[in-house]
Design a protein around this ligand. Structure first.
Ligand SMILES: [Zn+2]
Length: 45
């Protein structure tokens, strides 16, 4: 699952089984789940 760090804005792959939730670049502990940027619009006729 992909997350990104709220501090350094880098993308992180979290491995829950190893050392828990933490940014591997800066050590920040607040990570946000990355959302797909593709928005689908359904137009009703
Ligand atoms: Zn970070």
């Amino acid at each position: 699952m992909s997350y990104y760090c709220t501090q350094c804005k880098k993308e992180i792959d979290i491995d829950y089984e190893s050392s828990g939730v933490r940014c591997s670049y800066c050590g920040h502990r607040i990570l946000v789940k990355k959302r797909p940027t593709t928005l689908k619009r359904i137009e009703a006729k």
